[in-house]
Design a binder for this molecule. Structure first.
Ligand SMILES: O=C(CO)COP(=O)(O)O
Ligand SMILES: O=C[C@H](O)COP(=O)(O)O
Ligand SMILES: [Zn+2]
Ligand SMILES: [Zn+2]
Length: 305
């Protein structure tokens, strides 16, 4: 069933488990996410970035909505990193049931103003909203945020931000970053900060940049001929600790990107004569399903639907 993000995330925060929010860009990724959720009786969030909307548009949104409607577990269609009020409204028109307004790169007052505009419009239409406070390291919205400029979310500021914007869930900067190269090999999740923010707030919290970048997948990526540097992700134990303390929405894109590429390249390498797309995309879909299954197990959402 197609539901709002709030319908999925409020019970997750109350129940101290996490729900995966997986990025999609095509049918196979969408099937891996929603069919696995159905099989494991897990709620799930399928998200499309503005880039995914540019790539797949209403066609892809309709695929997600159709699979969600036919599923018997709760599924939300969410806009990831909406960059403006107009972008959020456009997603709502396309049938999204949850939107993110990411004005975190603006000064606090401007972030509050822009977020508030979106919550007012979205709430009037029964759609729930994610906002972001603080700045992640790494590559964010196609702007490279230098390590020293990346700042973590201030707990007092979070309380004020939630109160003044009416956002339904809040993405906080706690040391994670987007992409396949996280943390540069040192411990970097600020668990004390998560606990502090969670103790002062009651809405679901969101962790971006939560891919695990599993060693096995990275090794297979290399073995097949892929080129990748010192890749690193978020450890399963870190995610479990974070979800026990208030992180309810856990964003994963990189792991599915890696799995799809590994699946496709291995299928092509194994049989150079193959040109049936089903024999190429099928194995990639299977590998992505395994990633989704693993993540749902780690987050504790299995059986919660
Ligand atoms: O935060 C994300 C999407 O908003 C994705 O994070 P990863 O790059 O760790 O998969
Ligand atoms: O956080 C960003 C997501 O990984 C989406 O990336 P994208 O804008 O390349 O689709
Ligand atoms: Zn952001
Ligand atoms: Zn993100």
């Amino acid at each position: 069933m197609l539901v709002t993000g709030k319908d999925i995330l409020v019970p997750a925060r109350a129940g101290k488990y996490g729900v995966g929010a997986f990025n999609t860009n095509n049918m196979e990724i969408t099937q891996a996410i929603i069919h696995t959720a159905e099989r494991l009786r897990s709620p799930v969030i399928v998200q499309m970035s503005e880039g995914a909307i540019k790539y797949g548009g209403q066609d892809l949104a309709n695929i997600v909505k159709d699979l969600a409607t036919r599923a018997t577990v709760p599924v939300a269609l969410h806009l990831d990193h909406g960059s403006s009020y107009e972008s959020a409204l456009n997603a709502i028109k396309m049938g999204f049931t949850s939107v993110m307004i990411d004005a975190s790169h603006h000064a606090l007052e401007e972030n509050i103003r822009e977020t508030r505009r979106v919550t007012e419009a979205a709430h009037a239409m029964g759609i729930s909203v994610e906002a972001e406070l603080g700045r992640l390291g790494g590559i964010e919205e196609h702007v490279v945020v230098d390590e020293k400029d990346a700042f973590l979310t201030d707990p007092e500021e979070a309380v004020r931000f939630i109160e003044e914007t009416g956002t339904d869930y809040l993405a906080i900067a706690i040391g994670t970053s987007h992409g396949a190269y996280k943390g540069k090999g040192r411990p970097f999740i600020d668990h004390a900060r998560i606990e502090k923010i969670a103790s002062m707030t009651s809405i679901p919290l969101v962790a971006h940049g939560s891919s695990g970048v599993p060693t096995e997948i990275v090794e297979r990526f290399r073995a097949g001929g892929g080129v990748i540097g010192d890749a690193a992700g978020i450890a399963d134990e870190d995610l479990q600790r974070a979800t026990a303390h208030g992180i309810a929405k856990v964003n994963v894109d990189t792991d599915l990107r890696l799995a799809s590429t590994v699946g496709i390249r291995e299928a092509l390498n194994a049989n150079p004569k193959e040109f049936d797309p089903r024999k190429v995309f099928g194995p990639a879909r299977d590998l992505m399903s395994k990633i989704v299954e693993h993540k749902m197990g780690v987050l504790g959402s299995v059986g919660k639907a």
